[in-house]
Design a protein around this ligand. Structure first.
Ligand SMILES: CC(C)(COP(=O)(O)OP(=O)(O)OC[C@H]1O[C@@H](n2cnc3c(N)ncnc32)[C@H](O)[C@@H]1OP(=O)(O)O)[C@@H](O)C(=O)NCCC(=O)NCCS
Length: 280
């Protein structure tokens, strides 16, 4: 993949993922979401050109996969084949190409859609698939607790703390990804002797990442996201290992549905942790 491929890959991805949209998830990306997608893809091409691949015929893109390594973990950011060409083996070839970038890594992690073709590819590549839940609905504001965890706004001067928390929870720092996450979200930090953690929270209240040293701090960070939601809130990517998040969602009046899988190999689902769909 090269930088010139990114706009076409974004369009192909939107076309491939829209039929899979689930409760609380939007179909077709807004222009703003398209631009954020392209920024993340350009970022991964800059840090991990060897992890990003396209399949093409006569100059037309048929599919692509973007992946990256942080410390000794390989992450698949996103992966799609043109809808009219799915099920014919292109996905297999693309994932094999991306997995060459995983050589030497001890662990792997990706967030899988509910597409049964994706499930086959990931299981055959040695991943264990853990069902993900999505909490969604109108926030019952009468439930908001007074959070006394000393939350504060974060900046890039917190990145070393964030990387250290990442290594505790998922064995790999986000490293260069923090700059992209900060540009696309609000950062909230807890940094106390009794517990630390951070959350990236999108403009609509959706937590993009939550990572903390304890469930108590993680729950406070999620309550901060709940409190900042305009009305409706979506909290995606919750695994059964993170029941603290389910309990906050239920207390806030949200509904729970299943939504795809967290696929891991060489590791367990991180906790207390809510992962990002692409930058995990
Ligand atoms: C997931 C995806 C990238 C895989 O690409 P692909 O070209 O369809 O994959 P392949 O044809 O190589 O493999 C698909 C597998 O599913 C099987 N399959 C095909 N159609 C299927 C169907 N309707 N139901 C279940 N399995 C099916 C194929 O036989 C093959 O399995 P096998 O290799 O064991 O025989 C592609 O289907 C896609 O873009 N899906 C929508 C977006 C998405 O979910 N991306 C993954 C995000 S995590």
């Amino acid at each position: 993949m090269t930088g010139d491929d990114v706009p076409e890959a974004e369009r192909l991805s939107d076309e491939a993922f829209t039929p899979l949209a689930e409760p609380g998830m939007s179909t077709n990306r807004s222009p703003e979401a398209q631009a954020m997608w392209r920024v993340r893809a350009d970022h991964l091409l800059a840090t991990d050109p060897a992890g990003c691949w396209v399949a093409e015929r006569d100059g037309t893109m048929l599919g692509f996969a973007t992946s990256f390594r942080r410390d000794l973990t390989w992450f698949l950011a996103t992966y799609a084949v043109r809808p009219d060409l799915q099920g014919a083996g292109l996905g297999r070839a693309l994932l094999e190409a991306a997995l060459t970038h995983a050589r030497g890594c001890l662990r792997g992690m990706l967030s899988a859609s509910r597409d049964p073709r994706a499930f086959r590819r990931y299981r055959h590549a040695g991943f264990t698939l853990h069902p993900q839940m999505v909490l969604h609905g109108r926030v019952d504001r009468s439930t908001l607790p007074v959070v006394d965890e000393h939350l504060r706004e974060g900046t890039e001067t917190d990145f070393d703390l964030l990387d250290s928390l990442d290594r505790q929870r998922r064995d790999a720092a986000h490293g260069a990804d923090h700059a992209v996450l900060l540009a696309q979200n609000r950062l909230v930090v807890v940094d106390r002797a009794s517990g630390s953690g951070y959350a990236y929270i999108a403009g609509d209240g959706k937590p993009a990442v939550i990572c903390a040293s304890s469930r108590r701090v993680a729950a406070s960070l999620l309550w901060e996201a709940v409190a900042s939601a305009p009305e409706e809130l979506v909290v995606p990517h919750v695994t059964a290992a993170n029941e603290w998040a389910i309990d906050v969602g239920l207390a806030a009046g949200l509904s729970v549905d299943t939504s795809g899988y967290l696929a891991v190999r060489g590791m367990k689902p991180p906790a207390p942790y809510v992962h990002h769909g692409a930058l995990l």
